[in-house]
Design a protein around this ligand. Structure first.
Ligand code: FAD
Length: 557
């Protein structure tokens, strides 16, 4: 055994979704956890994210009188995820464990004074499937005043939305040109920003609110958390049990012993091009919105110990565009693609997909189309009505766009569809025919080709101020515009295979003693589907909680 510099009861690799939750569960059992984070900021992609958790049968649904149960949730997951030989992370047993433990995890967080609530309307993504809840099963954190973190505020990874909006408000603001609720919400958020300036509050929303609250609680509970502390190796004893980690803290090599287990919550491999080329050829690390630490080495390290992996070809696709002068360098355009007066075509100018389905299945469809017709990137084509009513790559509706968009040729513009087509190197006749066919459907409000707007979720992404369908409006008023977008991602979705106690399994199904994993380091319990908003952050928290409670029970037993 290597020389041990320090010993803790439970060592957690990474500071993302499930990490602080697991640490609090360890603390609640009277034991000492340690969190090691590779980057200089805590929170992982989770802090950067929407912070939404998909939690079936949760307490907030009950409080609101909305029907859900273990059976109903299982019916939904059976229909949407199903049983497949190639998704061993999503067996029926694991799905049931998720559905059973997820509400317990939320109850635990509420007991820890983490302020959570449910989104009043964010439909399950297969809202027409049996067992779906139309108003959704999503849970998120209330806004958090980061100023209470004091000097530690700067150690928290910032969110992708730089303004303090609640999850529910974010959807409304984009519609401020077309709905009264949108205008009111915009005014409310503006007022919040002004009063925050006057009062010194540092409001955080979305994933930063969730992770800010978790971080605050972890600090209060005395959890030992270290930044710039990348784990390089998992240490084992002669029996193969994982007994600790080798890390590098501030450049210095350290060996840390874990009495009751190591939990890997180190994210996926979205930023590792070599792994992408191997498992997800044709996709690019540059299209990912994940945090910089998402480099997959801990998955490889667990494989070195014999861990089986699955679903490595799967990612949570998210339509991404790269306009010049974008502060983040990447703009996620999921809801923009679903707005009326716009449509998506492949590089031949043909429409091929329901633009309003969930982002993961949309990107799966885009990559599948690309096998027969070039569709990576695809074009979003929109007209001047869209331009004045809706956000374009995150810029406010109707606002003046940077001159470089047209100047550098990122945005194409034409007074007619034919002129636009020529600028996009598309056959003008093909694009014209696609637009005319789409416009016919849009005027009727029924998409006979791809059922755009066919489900509650589809319509949720649209514009409730638009008729006859919130999802479709004709592309008819020039000038017309088009830009290209890619099947980007917000994380990979495959990794090591784990059991119902979040223990890592070898390829033969045996348990690697002492080793747990959660989050997108694992093969998702959702298989190849995305049942609802929060299907990444939810499982990260839930399996982190499950791992910690299992390890602590073992310790006590
Ligand atoms: C803009 C955006 C919005 C999103 N919105 C949502 C949403 O609302 N709901 C949802 O479910 N999903 C959402 N996602 C996806 C989701 O955020 C991620 O899939 C999820 O947060 C991953 O959580 P995790 O706990 O597995 O990993 P992370 O939160 O990424 O944490 C992993 C941590 O491990 C660290 N690490 C890596 N290697 C090591 C090592 N060797 N040693 C030590 N530390 C290491 C990393 O630096 C990182 O901090 C969104 C993603 C983005 C980008």
């Amino acid at each position: 055994m290597a020389q041990t510099d320090e010993t803790f009861d439970f060592v957690i690799v990474g500071s993302g979704g499930g990490s602080m939750c697991a640490a609090l569960a360890v603390k609640a059992a009277g034991m000492e956890p340690l969190i090691l984070e590779k980057t200089d900021l805590f929170g992982g992609t989770t802090a950067k994210s929407g912070g939404i958790m998909w939690i079936p049968n949760n307490r907030f649904l009950k409080e609101a009188g909305i029907e859900d149960s273990t059976e109903q949730s299982m019916t939904y997951m059976d229909a949407v995820v199903g049983d497949h030989n190639d998704t061993p992370g999503a067996t029926r047993e694991r799905r049931l464990a998720y559905i059973t433990r997820a509400p317990q995890m939320v109850d635990f967080l509420v007991d820890q004074d983490i302020k959570l609530k449910r989104h009043h309307y964010w439909p399950d993504y297969y809202s027409s499937a049996p067992g779906a809840v139309e108003t959704g099963r999503t849970v998120f954190a209330e806004l958090f005043d980061g100023s209470v973190l004091g000097k530690d505020f700067g150690n928290l990874r910032p969110n992708f939305v730089p303004v303090p909006v609640k999850s529910e408000e974010a959807w409304e603001i984009g519609l401020y040109k077309t709905t009264w609720l949108g205008k009111l919400t915009l005014a409310k958020v503006a007022l919040r920003m002004v009063t925050a300036k006057l009062t010194g509050k540092k409001w955080l929303g979305s994933g930063a609110a969730l992770q800010g609250r978790m971080y605050h609680k972890a600090l209060q509970a005395g959890v030992d958390m270290r930044r710039k502390a990348g784990v390089e190796r998992l240490l084992t004893d002669d029996s193969g049990r994982v007994i600790g980690v080798a890390t590098r803290i501030d450049g210095e090599e350290r060996t840390i012993h874990a009495r009751y287990g190591v939990l890997v919550n180190a994210g996926g491999f979205a930023r590792n091009q070599e792994m992408r080329d191997k498992y997800q050829p044709g996709t690019s690390a540059n299209w990912s919105a994940t945090s910089p630490g998402d480099t997959g080495e801990m998955i490889q390290e667990m494989m070195r110990l014999g861990a089986g992996v699955a679903q490595m070809d799967e990612m949570v696709g998210n339509q991404a565009a790269f306009p010049p002068e974008n502060a983040d360098g990447i703009a996620l355009v999921v809801s923009e693609i679903a707005k009326p007066n716009s449509m998506v075509v492949d590089q031949s100018g043909e429409r091929y997909i329901n633009e309003t389905q969930s982002y993961m299945s949309f990107c799966q469809g885009m990559l599948a189309r690309n096998k027969s017709v070039p569709a990576v990137p695809s074009w979003l084509v929109y007209d001047s009505q869209y331009n004045s009513k809706y956000m374009v790559t995150g810029t406010m509706p109707g606002s003046k766009k940077p001159a470089s968009w047209l100047g550098e040729g990122w945005l194409k513009k034409g007074n007619t569809i034919e002129e636009l087509a020529s600028k996009c190197d598309i056959d003008p006749g093909t694009l014209k025919a696609s637009v005319e066919r789409f416009n016919g459907f849009a005027r009727k409000g029924v998409d006979e080709d791809f059922e755009r707007g066919g489900t509650a979720y589809d319509r949720f992404l649209g514009d409730k101020g638009n008729s006859p369908s919130p999802s479709m409006g004709p592309v008819e008023k020039g000038p017309f515009f088009a830009y290209q977008f890619y099947p980007g991602d917000v994380g990979t979705y495959g990794g090591v295979i784990t059991d119902t106690d979040a223990r890592v399994l070898r390829e033969d199904g045996s348990v690697i003693d002492g080793l747990y994993a959660t989050g997108i380091s694992t093969a998702s319990v959702m298989g190849r589907a995305y049942p609802g908003a929060g299907a990444s952050v939810g499982p990260s928290f839930v399996w982190g909680y499950v791992a910690a409670t299992h390890a602590m029970e073992q310790a006590a037993g």
